[in-house]
Ligand binder design. Structure first.
Ligand code: BG6
Length: 486
């Protein structure tokens, strides 16, 4: 039995910096992703170190045109393969495809007065191809790929000038692509500013005199991103009233280890922090606990007189989120085994399997998340990222039998169907990395999420040939049966 409504939007998701490649082609500027060095010997489960880019890393990266150790510079060369790849998405019956626009293709330095026509041209071709296959684009305006110049010259999003630059870039995209794009997302996983500040808000933490000062700068950056998002929502509504803009957060799900009230409180604290980002973007106000925290920490978050009004008047149309895992908090955490993944660290949940990268797999947590979000906000929900990072094996006959991935998706689709039966308004689902892409955190190719295998290894060796994994036909049938055939 499937509860997916008619017109449910099935598809896949990617980000420009993880698949396009062509990092210095057709006028593209260097972005924060292009200086992320692949560290082959790093601990697979140490999420924070995998992401970290130091000031020395940036200097070294700028002095080389190497691509082998900077995998986001080559991606899977979607830039030159997009027709083939979109045709494969269409073969899977995709109703929609979530992609991001690389800001530095459009404004190579971020602060340029005029956009780069070649960059705009490239996305014209992408949207025309999607249209040809009747695939609805869902566009993320910022997905960990801001122009590096904005970090070096302005210090990142802590500087209010970034609002102006981002609004200029977004308006350019809306003006140019608005007739072909109905769904827009402003900032990918806006909450990740606290997990990898450099990539998300362009803050280099080492440049601050203390951890607290860096944290203050992150909050300041977030205020600027919230404001920028509100301003482009306002613009979009004026230009294209039928279009919609959503926020995008990492849905973190924290359970208490026991019914000890202290454990419940710790879990609530985590979940409350996760809701901070949606509270601001959906309700248009800062939650009181954040204002109190700023006061207690002596943070001076600068705002102009109209900022709060803009936030209040230009809230999002829908909520989109990524969901990969859940975590546990315990008042006896120091005596417990820890796990990592994209929720950084927590206590290990003995009831859940765990991936090779230390991410706890929890489909039921997705159902609970959907219910929590819907009950709190009553806004349409989109799951725009979810999937299993796995080191797939190619058999001697060239096939890839990824039954583990099918099982992962099947369980998550059942969870979504159950949430819909619980009364939640879920509009769409885009699996993460529907074609293998470079991993955001580890920069590995070997951490694969796709239904389509790309022949490329961690050191940029391979033919770039695309092969359908076993999950390809399975997902195609899921979509054509609207979730009935799992
Ligand atoms: C999300 C990001 O956090 O997780 C994606 O929005 C990312 O960019 C995805 O790729 C999976 O993470 P990773 O590190 O396994 O690529």
């Amino acid at each position: 039995m499937s509860n997916f409504p008619d017109g449910f939007m099935w598809g896949g998701a990617t980000a420009a910096n993880q698949l396009e490649g062509a990092w210095n082609v057709d006028g593209k500027g260097i972005s924060v992703a292009d200086v992320a060095r692949f560290k082959p010997d790093i601990n697979k489960k140490d999420y924070v170190s995998q992401w970290h880019t130091s000031p020395e890393d940036i200097v070294a990266a700028k002095n080389t045109n190497d691509v082998e150790f900077y995998p986001k510079r080559h991606g899977i060369d979607f830039y030159h393969h997009f027709e083939e790849d979109i045709r494969l998405f269409s073969e899977m019956n995709f109703k929609c495809y979530r992609l991001s626009i690389a800001w530095s293709r459009i404004f190579p330095n971020g602060d340029d007065e005029e956009p780069n026509e070649l960059g705009l041209n490239y996305y014209d071709k992408i949207f025309a191809t999607l249209k040809k296959y009747n695939i609805e684009p869902i566009v993320t305006l910022s997905h960990y790929e801001m122009p590096l110049n904005l970090v070096e010259k302005y210090g990142g999003w802590g500087n209010r000038k970034l609002v102006e630059f981002f609004v200029r870039y977004s308006q350019t995209c809306i003006d140019r692509f608005g007739k072909n794009v109905k769904y827009w997302l402003s900032f990918n996983e806006i909450d990740s500013a606290f997990r990898h500040a450099f990539t998300t808000v362009g803050i280099i933490e080492e440049k601050y005199v203390s951890k607290l000062k860096a944290e203050e700068a992150i909050y300041q950056s977030l205020h600027h991103q919230f404001l920028a998002s509100a301003l482009i929502t306002k613009y979009l509504r004026k230009r294209y009233p039928a279009s919609e803009l959503g926020c995008m957060v990492t849905k973190t799900m924290t359970y208490p280890e026991t019914c000890r009230p202290e454990d419940i409180y710790l879990a609530q604290k985590d979940n409350r922090m996760n809701f901070f980002f949606t509270d601001v973007q959906v309700n248009g106000v800062y939650p009181s606990f954040i204002l109190k925290y700023w006061k207690d920490s002596n943070f001076n978050i600068k705002m102009k007189s109209d900022d709060l009004k803009e936030l209040k008047e230009n809230t999002v149309d829908f909520i989109s989120f990524s969901y990969y895992m859940s975590i546990v908090q315990s008042s006896e955490a120091d005596q417990r085994e820890k796990v990592g993944g994209n929720l950084t660290t927590g206590v290990k949940n003995p009831y859940l399997p765990i991936t090779d990268w230390g991410w706890q797999v929890d489909p039921k947590g997705l159902q609970i998340s959907l219910i929590d979000l819907y009950d709190r906000y009553r806004k349409p929900l989109w799951i725009v990222e979810n999937g299993l990072g796995y080191s797939d094996k190619v058999e001697l006959d060239g096939s890839i039998k990824d039954d583990y991935r099918i099982e992962y998706f099947r369980d998550h689709f059942r969870a979504i169907s159950d949430a819909i039966s619980d009364g939640v308004d879920v509009r769409g689902y885009t699996s993460w990395g529907c074609i293998d892409v470079v991993s955001a955190s580890t920069s590995q190719m070997s951490k694969r999420y796709g239904f389509i295998y790309v022949d490329l290894d961690d050191f940029n060796k391979g033919t770039l040939n695309r092969t359908k994994k076993k999950s390809f036909n399975w997902y195609r049938d899921v979509i054509s049966s609207n979730g009935t055939k799992l």
